[in-house]
Design a protein around this ligand. Sequence first.
Ligand code: 5GP
Ligand code: MN
Length: 320
Amino acid sequence: MIETRKAAEEIKRAESLALACHIGPDGDALGSMLGFGIAARNHGKDVVASFGSPFVVPANLSFLPTDLLVAPSDFPKKPETMMVFDAGSADRLGELGSNAGKAGTLIVVDHHMTNEGFGDISLIDSSAAATGELVYELLELLDWEIDHQIATCLHTALVTDTGRFTYSNTKPETLRIAAALVEAGAQPAEIGRHVYEETPFGYLKASSAALSRAALDEERAIVTAVVTDEDLREAGIDWGDIDGLIDTLRLAEEADVAALAKVHDDGRVKVSLRSRGATDVGSLAAAMGGGGHRLAAGFTVERDPEEVLGEIKRMVEDFR
Ligand code: 5GP
Ligand code: MN
């Protein structure tokens, strides 16, 4: 449902807005939330923004203007008006899911195909390349000016969710919005450098360890790999530093699907899935209790990682 007008009315009415995005935020989650938050603050709203633990901004996104961020423990327990960005379901909010449950009015801005709708006002459009696109349209309707900071946030959202405008979700409208954001002061070269061209040396070590163990199942056209907390510790990096690894794994041309299992010390296994087009990994992830998009999705389980990857290998053919 796309209730942009209803959302705009509620936003205009509210004096304060509490914003949240999905845990382990990416460029679209943080960019769309912060971009909207800065615009709302510019219009006199009392704004806070946060995301569930671990409350760490990934290093490659720390160039974004983050002064609206508060720790999840400082987030209003019963916000009068709360907005959620880029989260396909309430459980993607971590501990802030309980705040969302108690919010007076909950507005959900999202583009995940697996979003079945939650909250009171929905701005959900799975044809949008990024949640940042929906925020742009909302700001247009509100007639709120887009300054260079907002433009930087929203451009980052678009760049990251479209794979630098190369994925099939990139539409003419996506590029028109990107052009407007550049006109408003977003600097593509600078954003690209921060997001894609800078990584701690340890990333090379951890990714080479994980990639050296990668396996290709040519018959089922799937490439899999495992990266562990131990790999990261040895390399001296954090989970936020390893987001780009799936993009290397998915380069294997023999595979339609890439599956990366991120194994945490506490037993959680977060699986990232990517498809070249023949496999609907969004539905596959949903079948495993997660969600996402047709070509990029994920889920989290507490199981043996090799066993989970084995199950995914057996499942892929059912989702083609
Ligand atoms: P990534 O692999 O980059 O973490 O996530 C790819 C896509 O799948 C993103 O759109 C993300 O929101 C979604 N996704 C990743 N993990 C989960 C999960 O555990 N649950 C749900 N519902 N979606 C996920
Ligand atoms: Mn997104």
